[in-house]
Design a protein around this ligand. Structure first.
Ligand code: ATP
Length: 322
């Protein structure tokens, strides 16, 4: 096994550190098909990258080590706590890229989290995408964007989008992406309610509700056309009317307080509110930046959310910083 080439094409700071950041996402459309024999659901989703970023900083070292700061930094246990060992997607990203490049996985990995864990915002995926970009630069592996996208898909269904950013249609498990043109900026308020929700638990609840006939069986997926057309040119009311998430009913069933959180977001003046991904984050669509900031202030005082943020999208995917 060879060692990483020194420096490579990346931007090595004076202290030998390389940093990259990647965004959270909101699924403005999340259609979930039937459970497939391989245990996955066929998805048709439209991702929007929003301005809440995690940063991953990497440094030369022997072997791998990991530090986590910020949102969810704790003892590494529990659904809202970020794992500190090889269960962490950043650790897995390092091992995968090193294997791909035929080098040994040597780096100190540091994650600065502002994206809450297990919130339906793909925080772990953002970290993995940022790690791929930062380590490619640190190790000089000269992976192409296509190579990184292939590795990203092996790490998780949302990781390719965290790498790409912007707006994209995701099919298969969400990892097959086609970029979508969005001509304008969209403003949101994100309300993070209580503890994290486990994504597999939300999918299992959806399967149960479908088996019981409480929900349609998922054989027919709703068209993504209306949401894509609305994203392209607006107005806000058109996107508000087109938002949909098949995981919202099971997320509400597992976390009934979400109903109140959605109502509070709409009552405060959001054009529409929906659960982001598998929840429990609520995304409220605002008319403009001022409205998003006002909604954030009002909802922060309403006592329904642990954290409230005004964000906008689309924003770029994982890239080097500094
Ligand atoms: P999903 O991408 O499955 O929809 P999510 O967006 O709801 O998930 P994430 O923040 O990605 O939530 O975390 C999901 C789980 O992934 C966490 O419960 C945690 O155990 C694990 N995980 C692994 N690496 C990370 C990481 N770097 N940050 C956060 N969670 C991580």
């Amino acid at each position: 096994m060879r060692n990483a080439t020194s420096g490579g094409p990346g931007r090595l700071a004076g202290n030998g550190a390389v940093a990259a950041r990647a965004p959270a996402k909101v699924n403005v459309h999340l259609g979930v098909g039937k459970l497939r024999p391989d245990g996955y659901h066929e998805l048709q989703t439209v991702y929007l990258a929003v301005s809440l970023f995690d940063t991953v900083t990497v440094r030369r070292a022997e072997g791998l080590s990991l530090t986590v700061r910020g949102e969810g930094a704790g003892d590494g246990r529990g659904p809202s706590s970020v794992p500190l060992d090889r269960r962490n997607l950043v650790w897995q990203a390092a091992e995968l890229l090193a294997r791909h490049a035929g080098i040994s996985a040597d780096a100190d990995l540091e994650i600065d989290k502002t994206i809450p864990a297990a919130a339906g915002l793909a925080g772990g995926s953002a970290d993995a995408a940022a790690a791929l970009v930062a380590l490619d630069a640190l190790w000089g592996t000269r992976a192409t964007r296509g190579d990184l996208a292939t590795l990203a898909a092996q790490l998780g269904s949302d990781v390719p989008f965290s790498l790409l950013g912007g707006v994209a249609l995701g099919t298969h498990r969400g990892e097959r992406l086609s970029p979508v043109l969005a001509r304008r900026r969209w403003d949101w308020v994100l309300g993070i309610a209580g503890d994290g929700l486990s994504t597999p638990a939300v999918y299992a609840e959806l399967d149960e509700m479908r088996a019981a006939g409480t929900l349609p069986d998922g054989a027919e997926l709703a068209s993504t056309e209306p949401v894509i057309a609305a994203l392209r040119s607006g107005p806000t009311q058109a996107l508000a009317a087109a938002l949909s998430n098949d995981l919202q009913p099971p997320a509400i069933r597992l976390r009934p307080e979400l109903r109140r959180a959605l109502r509070a977001t709409s009552d405060a003046g959001a054009r529409a509110a929906l659960v982001s991904g598998s929840g429990p984050t609520v995304a409220g669509l605002a008319d403009d930046e001022d409205t998003a900031v006002r909604l954030a202030a009002e909802l922060a005082g309403a006592g329904v959310f642990r954290t409230v943020r005004a964000v906008h999208g689309p924003v770029h995917g994982a890239r080097l910083v500094g």
